[in-house]
Structure formats: structure tokens, C-alpha cells
Design a binder for this molecule. Structure first.
Ligand SMILES: [Zn+2]
Ligand SMILES: [Zn+2]
Length: 276
């Protein structure tokens, strides 16, 4: 048990009440207000699950969690993309697992932005570290799956200090992942704040239900020619740090899109140097 969670939950409730009165400006763990364009406040990117082995079951649990938000309604389908490279495609969140090697990270989430909105997302899960005894647990694997997909909807972290365990949310850096496998109420409140507006029926890259291959004119599934890399050198400029001072957020222009990457470093790993 984590006795401090009760106390934090009470504080969070107070903050949520304050946020209702103050409006969206108090949104405190959106990912810089990144969000999918919607016409009705409900984000509907297709989740394309390219994972293999035991991972599809975790993706299904995470999507059950995120679809529990009134502001997310994503269908999941099995993917055919190169599961290791996880190339982005419009209107979709691609989810991949592979042994990416000793990259330092358990998982990364990338989003491609265009016109101020998320137009594609991807999540990579690193089997190399998940085979280490300390991370080869359902709790670690579920937390990271939940967290990276949560980033792809525009959520940030509630807490970025791996030495503490302040919430019951998967959107937290912690060294004690037990009890953090799912979103908490604050995450759902945050999604409500992020998606409490619509784009008024203008052009939206995520409307329509067609899921096609190359050249289907901007609908879902159009490849963007963007493959999130595996190292800081490929993610671009460091623009954010975790509580230990490790760069954990990167930005890069790629094929005309702004690509932002959030990194979950393995807590024990010394992080490679990054461009600043
Ligand atoms: Zn918007
Ligand atoms: Zn994260």
C-alpha cells in the first residue's frame, strides 16, 4: 500500500474543483495542450496494434482504460507496419514492441503535429529492458503501455520524479509501479479539459472512418514518412527534463511536421548526452 496516496487524492480533488472555476488554463498535466482535432470533443484516432507476443493483451487493457474517457473513442486493429520502426500514419496511433537494444528507455511516445493538432502518434515498448528482472513484471509493462499511449492523446506526466510515488496514475514516473497501471480520475479530468472544445467542423485529418494505405488523400492511415528514432540524436532538441535532470522531451522538424517525443528512461540507466 501507498499511504500517501489518500492525501494526494484529496489534494487532487481540490485542484479539480479549482480548475472547474478557472477554466482550462489550470490544466496542469496536458502535454503543452497538444490534442487531436475533433468536431465534437471526442478524439477518435485509430489505434493500430503492431505488437506481438504478450503485448496485445496489455494494449487492449490500456485502450479499455483510455476509452473509459468520454473524450476518447478509438478502435483498435491489428497492424502490419514494421513493428520495430513503427512508422507514423495520419489519424492513427501506432503501437510497437521490439528489442530496441540498450537505448536507455523502457518506452517512448511520439506525436506529429500539423496546424496545431496531433495528426499521428506512435508508441514503442523496449523488450530489451522488459527482459531485465526488475522490469519484467506486469506492473511495469502495463504502466509504460498505458503511459505512452496516454501521451499520444496529449497527456503529460502528473509527477516526474522517479524517487517518489505520488499518484495512482500510469502518467507518473515512479520506481514503484504497483498501483500505477491505469489512469486515475485526474487523468480523465485532464482529458475533459484538453478536449472541451471542438474545431467547428473545419478540416480535420481524423474524421471519416476509412482506414487505407498510401495515397488515400489525408484520411486515416496515410504514411507520413516519419519513423521515430531510438536515440536522442534522432529525436532532436531537448526541451524538457525529468526531476533528475535527464532530458525527457524532444522536438524535431521532420517531413514538414513537428515531431515531439516523450521518453520513459529506465530508472537505473545513466542517460546518454542530448543536444540542447
Ligand atoms: Zn483544437
Ligand atoms: Zn512519459
Amino acid at each position: 500500500m501507498k499511504p500517501n496516496k489518500l492525501f494526494i487524492a484529496a489534494g487532487t480533488a481540490t485542484a479539480a474543483v479549482a480548475a472547474v472555476f478557472a477554466g482550462p488554463s489550470l490544466a496542469n498535466h496536458s502535454w503543452s495542450n497538444y490534442h487531436w482535432s475533433t468536431t465534437d470533443g471526442v478524439a477518435r484516432p485509430d489505434v493500430v496494434d503492431n505488437t506481438v507476443g504478450s503485448w496485445p493483451a496489455r494494449v487492449a487493457i490500456a485502450m479499455g482504460d483510455w476509452n473509459g474517457s468520454a473524450h476518447i473513442q478509438s478502435a483498435t486493429s491489428a497492424g502490419t507496419a514494421n513493428a520495430k520502426r513503427c512508422p507514423m500514419a495520419s489519424g492513427t496511433i501506432q503501437v510497437c514492441n521490439s528489442a530496441y537494444g540498450q537505448t536507455g528507455w523502457l518506452g517512448i511516445a511520439s506525436i506529429s503535429l500539423s496546424g496545431g493538432h496531433i495528426v499521428a502518434g506512435s508508441t514503442k515498448l523496449n523488450d530489451t529492458y522488459f527482459s531485465y528482472p526488475q522490469y519484467n513484471t506486469e506492473t511495469w509493462k502495463q504502466l509504460v503501455t498505458c503511459q505512452e499511449i496516454g501521451h499520444d492523446y496529449g497527456l503529460g506526466h502528473q509527477n516526474e520524479d522517479f524517487s517518489t510515488d505520488l499518484t495512482s496514475s500510469c502518467m507518473e514516473y515512479t520506481s514503484d509501479p504497483s498501483g500505477n497501471e491505469h489512469p486515475d480520475k485526474h487523468d480523465y479530468d485532464q482529458l475533459a479539459l484538453i478536449y472541451n472544445h471542438s474545431e467547428g467542423g473545419g478540416s480535420t485529418s481524423s474524421s471519416g472512418g476509412s482506414s487505407g494505405g498510401p495515397g488515400n488523400g489525408g484520411g486515416k492511415g496515410k504514411p507520413l514518412g516519419i519513423e521515430p528514432g531510438d536515440s536522442p540524436a534522432q529525436w532532436g532538441k531537448a526541451v524538457g527534463k525529468d526531476a533528475a535532470g535527464r532530458p525527457n522531451e524532444f522536438v524535431r522538424n521532420f517531413n514538414g511536421y513537428t515531431v515531439i517525443t516523450h521518453v520513459t528512461w529506465a530508472p537505473h540507466v545513466k542517460v546518454p548526452a542530448a543536444r540542447e
